[in-house]
Design a protein around this ligand. Structure first.
Ligand code: FAD
Length: 454
């Protein structure tokens, strides 16, 4: 049943809450800004030394390159050195703090800039809205769970110090979900003599000089990393789960790159066999560009929120667990989306609900809505692990949240630009970041940005 909600019709009495935000990546920053705008008292816990989360590049990699060892040293960022955004800056930025071109020295003014520029943009955002004063850097949340009277106990540890307990009205989880690698099952992998890593631990191409490399995956990371490595490797083979037959074979424009169907098995002599019957003898590396698992090691919800086949749930609209709403919420779980503007909307919604300005439906209505959503996924044969994969549904979802908050919908140019980029990326995987045909949309975006005096 569609759940109607609901700006309060009378002048609302705004209640200020004490809120803990866990993480200072793009989600934590925008959540903190919205919470403070709404009058809440906010503390942002960040285990790193700076804002930016995933966009803080490091050449460091983890001690276990596939990320299976639970005792491995964890590195947060999954960026590779050559990474440029896969979205144009106009559509990627927060709505009221556009990701404008900056021509100053040291800035990257390209439309699809390198990762350092995104980090600078997020730092600018934090500085502009004075969010750093809410931050506790170098402070890891090791526990967040329900305490007496419906409050939340947050236990955090500043480096080399004893953990400290504090009580909050609400907790917002913004810890990122590109950290814990997901690996496919490959028959024979334990006896295969080559080296494996997950894309989480890929940084630069030099170690692959003259090597035979097999990559698994069809995402942006697989496309980028394969091109990066092909500049130095002897051969690059890409195994993709659902590849159309006419795409198999040599990749146009590359002498040393081939596309295959998924890996069937690997063998003690180093051979990698694909489901299409082709094989690569003596491959040196397998790089798993196979995505990530959600992980909330600090969160104790007495079983109210679980991660089952990478579905975090039950969550109303991917944000609130009905049993704990609105005191526990998650920002940024959906994927295949326009991330920053969606994080901004989710944060406004949460902030407005916590202050009583916006109403949430009853617990029963939320549960009913979630059940209807899960049934619709089941009816279309969608595996659980795609629960938070939004793709084309993102626009309706954003509009729905905008309605809850009484905000305007996303600009038409932003949606069209997202779709034009997706098309261009599929058509020109090598050059979409430097060749495009949507200059008219860029112009519309720039006209809109003139409304924001930053
Ligand atoms: P993160 O940026 O991961 O931040 C989470 C923060 O939480 C981190 O700072 C971490 O240190 C902190 N943290 C975690 N656990 C704790 C704890 N227990 N206590 C305290 N702090 C904690 N998006 C785009 O819009 N455009 C792109 O081009 C793009 N490219 C991408 C390329 C790659 C390779 C990846 C991995 C992602 C890309 N994304 C892109 C998506 C990107 O991840 C999101 O846009 C966004 O930056 C995610 O922000 P976040 O705040 O959810 O998570």
């Amino acid at each position: 049943m569609p759940v109607k909600s609901i700006m309060s019709s009378t002048a609302p009495f705004l209640t200020s809450r004490h809120v803990a935000v866990i993480g200072a990546g793009a989600t934590g920053l925008v959540a903190a800004r919205e919470l403070r705008r709404e009058g809440h008292r906010v503390v942002v816990f960040e285990r790193g030394d700076q804002v930016g989360g995933t966009w803080v590049y490091t050449p460091e990699v983890e001690s276990d390159p596939v990320g299976l060892d639970p005792n491995r040293s964890v590195v947060h960022s999954s960026l590779y050195d050559s990474l440029r955004t896969n979205l144009p800056r106009e559509s990627m930025g927060f709505r009221d703090y556009p990701f404008r071109k900056r021509e100053e020295k040291g800035r990257d003014s390209r439309r699809f800039p390198g990762h350092r520029e995104v980090l600078m943009y997020l730092r600018d955002f934090a500085a502009h809205f004075e969010i750093e004063e809410l931050m506790r850097f170098g402070t890891e949340v090791v526990f967040a769970g329900l305490d007496e009277g419906g409050k939340w106990r947050v236990t955090s540890a500043l480096r080399n110090s004893d953990p400290v307990d504090e009580i909050y009205d609400a907790v917002i989880v913004c810890n990122g979900h590109y950290v814990r690698p997901r690996l496919p099952q490959i028959p024979g992998i334990n006896a295969w003599p080559g080296k494996q890593l997950h894309s989480h631990n890929y940084r630069r191409p030099e170690p692959y000089q003259n090597k035979v490399v097999v990559l698994i995956g069809g995402s942006s990371s697989a496309v980028d990393i394969s091109r990066d490595i092909a500049t130095v490797a002897k051969e690059v083979h890409i195994a993709v789960r659902s590849l159309e037959e006419d795409k198999q074979g040599k990749v146009p424009g590359h002498e040393n790159m081939w596309l295959h169907s998924m890996i069937d098995s690997v063998h003690e002599d180093g051979t990698v066999v694909f489901q299409d019957g082709n094989a690569v003898a003596a491959a040196n590396f397998i790089i798993h560009c196979t995505g990530y698992n959600y992980d909330f090691p600090f969160l104790e919800t007495n079983g109210e929120v679980t991660v089952d086949d990478n579905c975090v749930g039950p969550l109303y609209k991917h944000v609130f667990p009905p049993a704990l709403a609105p005191w526990l919420s998650f920002v940024g779980l959906p994927w295949k989306i326009l991330p920053f503007p969606m994080f901004e909307l989710q944060s406004k919604w949460i902030a407005g609900i916590l202050s009583n300005r916006i109403a949430l439906p009853s617990k029963e209505e939320m549960v009913e809505d979630i059940e209807a959503f899960y049934s619709s996924l089941e009816a279309t044969g969608t595996p659980k692990r795609y629960t938070h994969n939004m793709a084309l549904f993102q626009w309706d979802y954003n509009d729905w949240i905008a309605d809850q908050c009484g905000l305007p919908y996303f600009e038409e140019w932003r949606k069209q630009m997202y779709m034009a980029t997706s098309k261009n990326r599929a058509l020109r995987p090598e050059s979409y970041r430097d060749e495009w045909e949507d200059d008219d949309l860029v112009l519309q975006a720039q006209q809109d940005f003139a409304n924001y005096l930053i």
